[in-house]
Design a protein around this ligand. Structure first.
Ligand SMILES: Nc1c(NC[C@H](O)[C@H](O)[C@H](O)CO)[nH]c(=O)[nH]c1=O
Ligand SMILES: CC(=O)[C@@H](O)COP(=O)(O)O
Length: 138
């Protein structure tokens, strides 16, 4: 399985932790991967769509961190990135969504850390599972 990790390192230290959990999981599964970066979570779905058109990848892991600020923008970024990723999955793409949507940095760190909630590893496992399912029904 060849996986593309699409990360939005809006918070670079969080992104590094997330990526660590993802690559550990992919390595354990014997998968190979590439990594690309986009400015923010809102750009992740389009980047996945661009990459899928190339036919190079079996599946995708979306990585990002959206932390609530003072305005409605949190709802836009968190909600629209999730909605667009879900739409891509319904178009037949195998995607694990590891975009964190949290209230503060402490919540983000607890979920990005592979020795804690390891949401990156969870997203990688989901992507691999969906690739397997897609191949089963191909
Ligand atoms: N506030 C966060 C953003 N905002 C940026 C958007 O994702 C997008 O890049 C911008 O609106 C231009 O289109 N992105 C995150 O990933 N995390 C945030 O907390
Ligand atoms: C989730 C966001 O877009 C956030 O970083 C923006 O913060 P604010 O709502 O205070 O502008």
């Amino acid at each position: 399985m060849h996986i593309l990790i699409v990360e939005a390192p809006f918070y670079t230290h969080i992104a590094a932790m997330q990526r660590d959990g993802v690559t550990d999981a992919l390595k354990a599964a014997g998968a190979t991967w590439d990594v690309i970066s986009v400015p923010g979570a809102l750009e992740i779905p389009a980047a996945i769509a661009f990459a899928d058109a190339s036919g190079q990848y079996d599946g995708y892991v979306a990585l990002g961190c959206v932390i609530r600020g003072e305005t409605y923008h949190f709802e836009v970024v968190a909600g629209e990135s999730a909605r667009a990723i879900m739409a891509l999955t319904l178009d037949g793409l195998a995607i694990g969504n590891g975009i964190l949507t949290v209230e503060n940095e402490a919540q983000a760190i607890a979920r990005a850390d592979k020795t804690q909630k390891n949401k990156g590893g969870e997203a990688a496992a989901a992507a691999l599972a969906m690739v397997g399912l897609k191949q089963r029904f191909a």
